[in-house]
Design a protein around this ligand. Structure first.
Ligand code: GLN
Length: 247
């Protein structure tokens, strides 16, 4: 399982969000505290962020190496700030390629997406083929197929509806060995964060400065709320809303 986070609020540096917190993504890449499947997240990492006023599409930096090995990221992360950031560290699912194109965040137009989990990749691609005009997945990684499905849904539905629809469509799939789909998605368009819990952990914390949504708390301070399983979270700068995905 991977670990991911999204921030929406006052501008924060990439370092403040990913490198500096005592149990943040950097630390989670080698010692996550709540990861249910897997032990380290050393198969790659990525960060996407928005630069309003320059262009609506986010910038995105990703590598197929452990976060702790990338000195270049560490050198610029303290000098780039944004009011909306989505970042992830990756533990590749068995059988999935370790390559930059399999690494979150995936992006399309104004959207960023990360997938924490696994899903029957061939079945997800079958689902895509049933939608003429859907974009091609950029990797044979399961998450790339999930991303392409989301791009197709998001082109015609409000973002929370599109995200929930992808999870409901794929959530009942099992892999040939019986493993059920796990679909913790984290998505943003720069103005809202949409996330799902589908068989893994997710927490959030609201402060006057903004909202942080993350696979696991990045410090031991107060204010963290754990999201129950099989829920949809929608956050903007004013409020966080949770709703069940199964009722
Ligand atoms: N299945 C995805 C991958 O292979 C996500 C893995 C994860 O959540 N650990 O990258």
């Amino acid at each position: 399982m991977c670990r991911h986070l999204a921030w929406l609020g006052a501008p924060r540096t990439l370092a403040a969000l990913t490198l500096d917190p005592p149990f943040g993504l950097l630390r989670q890449s080698w010692a996550p505290r709540r990861m249910r499947y897997g032990t380290v997240n050393a198969d790659g990492f990525g960060v996407g962020w928005y630069a309003p006023g320059l262009r609506p599409q986010p910038a995105r930096y990703r590598r197929a190496v452990p976060m702790w090995t990338d000195a270049s990221y560490a050198s610029f992360a303290g000098a780039v700030s944004s009011g909306c950031v989505l970042a992830a560290v990756r533990s590749a699912t068995v059988g999935m390629p370790v390559e930059e194109t399999a690494t979150a965040p995936f992006t399309h137009d104004t959207l960023l997406m990360s997938h924490n989990g696994r899903v029957h990749a061939a079945a997800a691609r079958d689902e895509l083929r049933a939608r003429p005009g859907a974009p091609e997945p950029e990797s044979r990684c399961d998450s790339a197929a999930v991303a392409a499905l989301l791009w197709e849904r998001a082109s015609r539905l409000p973002l929370p509806t599109a995200v929930a629809d992808v999870v409901r469509t794929l959530g009942g799939l099992t892999e040939p060995d019986g493993t059920p789909a796990r679909l913790n998605l984290l998505v943003t368009d720069g103005t809202q964060i949409v996330a799902t819990t589908w068989r893994d952990t997710l927490s959030y914390r609201e402060t006057p400065a903004g909202v942080l949504v993350t696979s696991e708390p990045d410090d031991d301070e107060s204010g963290w709320v754990d999201v129950p399983d099989q829920h949809l979270l929608v956050a903007d700068t004013r409020k966080v809303t949770l709703s069940s995905l199964i009722s």
